[in-house]
Design a protein around this ligand. Structure first.
Ligand SMILES: Cc1cc2nc3c(=O)[nH]c(=O)nc-3n(C[C@H](O)[C@H](O)[C@H](O)COP(=O)(O)OP(=O)(O)OC[C@H]3O[C@@H](n4cnc5c(N)ncnc54)[C@H](O)[C@@H]3O)c2cc1C
Length: 258
């Protein structure tokens, strides 16, 4: 990370990539994945967990639910690593990751490590203050409850997601953030855009805020569809949709010696 900064090479962190769209021309920088065992470890002390940034969120939430540790059930059906969910403040109508975060272990771009309290993290709706800082791990506070009840809640949320979202198809989740109090999916649906396609990318019939990619789909198909959706929603409802997904594009880096 420090070397990349010194050399002026852009660096991005990839979790599970569940919220990332990479341009057809790729990304000409360094991509870091925290999948060393150090970052995939979870330790428990009472109701507190220390979870590495590379830990898979759904299995973690399922294990906690089965042991009667409540607080992560709302993460059922959200494909993510702990690092990605901290950075995105992942969640939905039943709760957000920030509800359980007590402290985040961060590496700054200059290589210095520090602990951030929730205040400093600046959590909001699919928002945080991490910017170019790397999330290394998070301390999570859960509470004990009846394992049967907690597991039932986890399964219930998972079923609700399965019923309303195209979980078995290729997508990056919700493409747009919900604009002040409105549902982006409802606006796209009311605009009659369900099923509309560009190349092999389509607005999902099941959830209009999802774009599903069939085999052979290009990032450019998805990007064209995003532009079309934005134009129609703006024209019909005077509402500007903001993307929730992170779009990675080449930055025109001149490699040394190239
Ligand atoms: C089917 C489906 C359903 C979804 N449902 C939901 C939902 O209900 N609610 C919701 O909030 N999201 C949802 N998403 C989106 C996605 O699951 C979340 O945004 C999730 O938090 C992404 O985690 P990730 O590990 O895959 O991060 P990535 O997609 O890999 O990265 C997301 C962003 O976080 C950054 N990042 C990743 N790891 C780190 C790190 N260690 N340190 C610093 N920055 C980091 C990346 O650089 C990028 O900017 C859904 C996605 C899919 C495909």
């Amino acid at each position: 990370m420090v070397r990349a900064r010194e050399e002026g090479v852009p660096l991005k962190v990839l979790g599970r990539g569940a919220n990332v769209l990479v341009s057809d021309d790729g990304f000409d920088g360094v991509v870091v994945r925290l999948d060393h065992p150090t970052f995939r470890k979870t330790t428990r002390r009472g109701t507190r967990l220390q979870a590495g940034a590379g830990v898979d969120l759904i299995p973690l939430a399922r294990r906690c639910s089965a042991r009667g540790l409540s607080g992560l059930e709302c993460m059922a059906g959200i494909p993510a690593t702990v690092g990605g969910s901290v950075r995105m403040n992942a969640g939905g109508r039943f709760g957000e990751f920030s509800d359980v975060v007590r402290r985040v272990d961060v590496m700054r771009p200059d290589g210095q490590c520090e602990f951030w309290t929730p205040d400093r993290c600046g959590f909001g709706y699919r928002h945080s203050n991490f910017g170019d800082n790397l999330v290394l791990s998070a301390e999570i506070e859960l509470h004990e409850d009846d394992p049967v009840k907690v597991r039932r809640k986890f399964d219930e949320y998972f079923e609700m997601k399965r019923a309303s979202q195209p979980l078995s198809e290729q997508s990056a989740g919700c493409i747009f953030k919900n604009p002040n109090g409105h549902s982006a999916g409802a606006l796209i649906d009311q605009a009659g855009l369900k099923g509309m396609g560009c190349g092999e990318a389509r607005v999902s019939e099941r959830h209009a805020n999802f774009i599903v990619a069939r085999r052979g789909a290009k990032a450019s198909d998805v990007l064209r569809l995003i532009d079309l959706i934005r134009e129609r929603v703006l024209a019909l409802f005077s509402t500007q949709l903001e993307t929730e997904i992170d779009i990675w594009r080449p930055c025109g880096l001149q490699w040394r010696g190239a």
